[in-house]
Each structure stands twice: as C-alpha cells, then as structure tokens.
Design a binder for this molecule. Structure first.
Ligand code: ZN
Length: 420
C-alpha cells in the first residue's frame, strides 16, 4: 500500500465503490486444518471431546492424498475468503504413507485462488503402539520429518516483504510427537529462520497428559523443549493458569484463539483478555472444519467478542478488540506486524469491504464496527488480496468453483466411506 487518505485517487487497475460500507484490513486466520472439511459435521462424532474425536477420525483421514489435499484446501480457502479472510495458516500434520507431497498440493491451491498462505509442515511421530493417539499408518519417523520439513522450507518459503507463501514447522501436539522431535524442530526452525506452531493446553485431558507423562504443566514442558520464545505461536491455550499466562507473555509467544472449536469440543474458554494484557499476540483461528465446522473468521471474531464479554465484562469484550485480534493479533502470531493485518502505508494491499445495508443492519448509526460484529451474519462484499479481487460482490471471482465443489463432494464421500 503506497498511500491512504483523501483526495484524488491514484490510477488503479480496478476501482471499487465502497460508499456506505465498512472497510477493514483483510482478516488473518492463524489456525486451521483445511483437509478436515472432507469430514465436516461427521455424524458419529457429534458428541465427543478431543481425544475420542481424534481416535475416530484418524482412520478416515488416513486416505488423504495429493488430490484431496489440493481440493479441500481450495474449497477451504474459498470459504475463508468469502468471510473476509485474506491470509490463512494451515496446520497439515497428517502425512499418510503413499499420500504424496500434500504440502505442495495445498500451496498450489492457495496460489490458484490467490490467497496469502502460511502452511506448516506438521508432523506426528508417536503412534498408538508408542503411547500416542494416531494409528501407525499416518505417522512418520523422526529423521523423515526433519528432512521433509527442511525440504518444504527450501522449496516454498518466501522471506520477501509481501510474500504470498511462508512455511512454518509444526509438530502436531505434545501427545503425538516425541520430546526429541519438539527439541529438534525448534533447533531446525532457528537454523532455517522460520516460525513454530503446535497445539497447546487445549483442554483438561491435555493438562492431565502433561502432568502424567512429563511430570509438569504444559508451559514448563514448552520451556524444557526450547519453545518458550517469540518464534512460536500456539493453538488454543485454553487452560493456562495465571503463572503460565505471565510466562507466555514474557516470552512474546502468539496464541491462536479458536472459540467455536473450543465450545464444540467442550474444551473451555481461553483467557484471551488476560493473555493480551500479559503481552501475548492473540490472533483468531477457525480450527479444522471437523471440529469447528464453519470456517468464518467473522463468526470467530463474534464468538471471541461474546465470550470476552462473558468472562471479562461487557465493556472489555468489544467489537474493536475482536477486530484487532482478527487482524493485527494474527499478524503478530505470524511474525508479520506492520506488513499484514492493517491499512497503513507500507502494508500489503489486503482489504475487505463489508456492506452494512439490508434488514440485518437497519438502525446501525453510531458505531459501524460494533454494528458489523453485533449484527449480521456477515459475508464480505469484496475481498482483495495483494491488490487483486478474490471475492467481488459476494461471489468468488474464480471460474472453478462448481468443478471444485463437485470434486470435493466425491472425495468427501470416499473418505467417509473409509469408516465402513
Ligand atoms: Zn487444531
């Protein structure tokens, strides 16, 4: 972005009339598992907490391959763009044997649709036989994970200002990888100068697992494996105690708050107001489409606002706070403050135009931001990524939408039939 202001507009490739609309920075999604939209709202799993939910779905997900990774990412990113997201992360931790190069397949989808993308080379190294949760055929061995992580960074990571693709390393969770893999992933991330991501303190089972297996609380474990620093952003962080909140803030980590997922899996409510006050970069994540099902960052911002009102008081949980988490908070998680998540000179051209008309906004007069998040539901009128329209007049610009949705339906049926 070279200028923001009034007066005569510069000559532009495309002009958009946004009169009467709210214009925000593009929203930034910092936690997702795009492939999970292939098992969305999966019937047998509507009543499970996290660990049981995972054990049932792993066998279905084990048929993931390059085609299903590509199509699910395309559809998932399209869904995000329609609700105003311009940058998304993805935590791809499942690499079934013979599944192919899934990370490259999803990066190709992001490039095709025009979304700014932060995929992570995720990993699992502890299967059921080693005391972990996943079955043997979806985990990899230690050396294979580190080699593939390095390859992915060398092949796809772009360090330049305004990069469309940046890769991070992401062991799935303390209960699905060895302690040594956590340590070695942190060392490799330092060497390659990339970010680190994992699931963290998601629910009570997660806390108990840490105390039982590692003899300490989750934040102490992070410290022991070399993860308590500002290269790290953590998904969930529902259960930290006050001392852990302080330590996470001092370390300058980021947290992906995923309110809908935490509610659907009965995990709890993350203390986001305390985390922000302690200095943590709190962004928002839609989480995987099998646990949160809907992938709208507008919806997550609204849930975050409502939960913050409930936990910390109506005056604290404002629409502005939620918008800040959905934009600059996410930029902080991804190490891109001052580059994405705001409308200022020097930032990339990621902009969303929201119309505030129609029956659901009638009567919004005094505060368009409170109106935007308290009314709705909202979809973006225009979503512009890197200066190019991805959504125009509430419709995806790409001409591949119908073909992708029909492929997705076929692949979802195939994956869900793997359970029978
Ligand atoms: Zn997750």
């Amino acid at each position: 972005m070279s200028a923001v202001g009034t007066g005569t507009p510069p000559v532009a490739r495309e002009s958009i009339d946004a009169s009467g609309c709210l214009v925000t920075p593009g929203l930034v999604n910092v936690h997702h598992h795009l492939y999970q939209n292939l098992t969305r709202a999966y019937g047998p799993m509507t009543d499970s907490a996290l660990f049981g939910w995972l054990r049932t779905l792993y066998p279905l997900w084990s048929v993931l391959n390059e085609e299903s990774a590509h199509v699910s990412a395309w559809v998932g990113l399209a869904e995000l763009a329609m609700a105003g997201c311009t940058t998304s992360s993805d935590h791809l931790y499942l690499h079934p044997r013979d599944g192919g190069d899934l990370l490259s397949a999803e990066i190709a989808a992001a490039r095709d649709i025009g979304m700014r993308f932060h995929p992570t080379y995720g990993s699992m190294s502890l299967s059921e036989k080693d005391g972990g949760l996943p079955p043997d055929n979806v985990v990899q061995d230690h050396d294979e994970i580190l080699a593939a992580s390095e390859r992915a960074v060398k092949q796809h990571h772009d360090r330049t200002h305004g990069a469309m693709v940046r890769v991070a390393l992401a062991p799935c969770s303390p209960f699905s990888v060895t302690k040594q893999l956590m340590v070695d992933s942190a060392t490799l991330a330092e060497q390659l100068d990339v970010r680190l991501h994992t699931h963290f303190a998601e629910n009570d089972e997660d806390d108990s697992y840490s105390l039982e297996k590692f003899g300490c609380r989750p934040t102490q474990y992070l410290q022991e494996v070399g993860w308590l620093h500002d290269r790290v952003w953590l998904a969930h962080c529902v259960k930290p105690n006050d001392d852990e909140v302080r330590r996470l803030g001092m370390a300058g980590v980021g947290v992906a708050h995923c309110p809908s997922s935490n509610l659907i899996l009965s995990s709890g409510i993350a203390p986001v107001v305390k985390l922000r006050a302690a200095g943590v970069h709190v962004g928002l994540g839609v989480d995987g489409s099998s646990s949160a099902d809907s992938a709208s960052l507008w919806l997550e911002a609204r849930q975050a606002m409502l939960l913050a009102k409930l936990v910390s008081g109506a005056a604290v949980g404002t629409a502005r706070m939620a918008l800040e988490m959905a934009t600059r908070g996410g930029a902080g998680c991804l190490g891109r403050l001052g580059e994405i998540g705001e409308l200022s000179v020097g930032c990339v051209g990621d902009v969303v135009v929201w119309s505030l008309d129609g029956p659901q906004y009638a009567g919004v007069v005094t505060d368009p931001i409170e109106g935007w998040l308290r009314c709705g539901p909202a979809t973006a009128k225009h979503t512009i990524v890197n200066g190019v329209s991805v959504v125009r007049h509430h419709q995806l610009v790409s001409n591949k939408v119908d073909a992708m949705l029909s492929n997705h339906a076929r692949l979802a049926r195939h994956m869900q039939s793997a359970a029978q």
